[in-house]
Design a protein around this ligand. Structure first.
Ligand code: SF4
Ligand code: SF4
Length: 181
């Protein structure tokens, strides 16, 4: 039997089931997506790019996993599952700006059970050494006094009551996804 070429489309069909092939490009998912209303994120376009074997790039990182798209899709395409697959694949690579952001964010949540903004920002800026990040860091540092005065960020982290429960969730996800968070 002829072996199927491992394009992104075929990998997704294999890993997430063939649901993506049912998409008929109606756009209901994009019309239902809360993130699409305020950004360039667009689930219909993501699905289309995959089906045309085009690169998806950073389009997936704004997905909030709210499941509105899949709940309203007339063909039951599991779009969040497909987007999660793309995120996991990106997490397995190094160096991407959004992956570094995501990892720094998750590490903070794992340690404290919630986001420790100052720690997260410091780690993210240290790991991301791109020119864009250096410019961003200078800009962010200038905003720190303002945020401190407004009480938006604190000097010290606040932990949730049972941080060990959160750590267990992270451990389980690592086992299932085989990724380094
Ligand atoms: S709602 Fe479903 S069928 Fe319509 S474009 Fe989105 S994924 Fe495709
Ligand atoms: S799960 Fe992601 S793509 Fe789907 S509606 Fe929510 S934010 Fe949009």
């Amino acid at each position: 039997m002829k072996k199927r070429k491992m394009t992104l489309k075929n990998k997704i069909i294999e890993e997430t089931g063939g649901g993506i092939l049912k998409c008929f490009n109606c756009g209901i998912c994009a019309g239902s997506c809360p993130t699409a209303r305020v950004s360039n994120h667009n689930p219909r376009k993501i699905i289309r790019k995959i089906l045309l074997n085009r690169e998806v790039n950073d389009d997936v990182w704004l997905c909030a996993n709210c499941f509105m798209c899949s709940a309203r899709c007339p063909n039951g395409v599991d779009i969040p599952k497909i987007i999660d697959y793309l995120k996991v694949k990106a997490m397995q690579k190094r160096g991407n700006h959004n992956v570094i952001f995501n990892k720094s964010f998750l590490r903070s949540v794992e340690m404290f059970g919630r986001l420790y903004e100052a720690g997260f920002l410091a780690e993210f800026k240290m790991r991301d050494v791109s020119i864009r990040a250096v410019k961003g860091a200078i800009n962010d540092i200038s905003l720190v006094p303002h945020f401190l005065l407004k009480g938006k960020i604190g000097f010290f982290p606040h932990k949730v009551k049972n941080p060990d429960e959160i750590k267990k969730i992270f451990k389980k996800v690592r086992e299932v996804e085989k990724i380094k968070l």
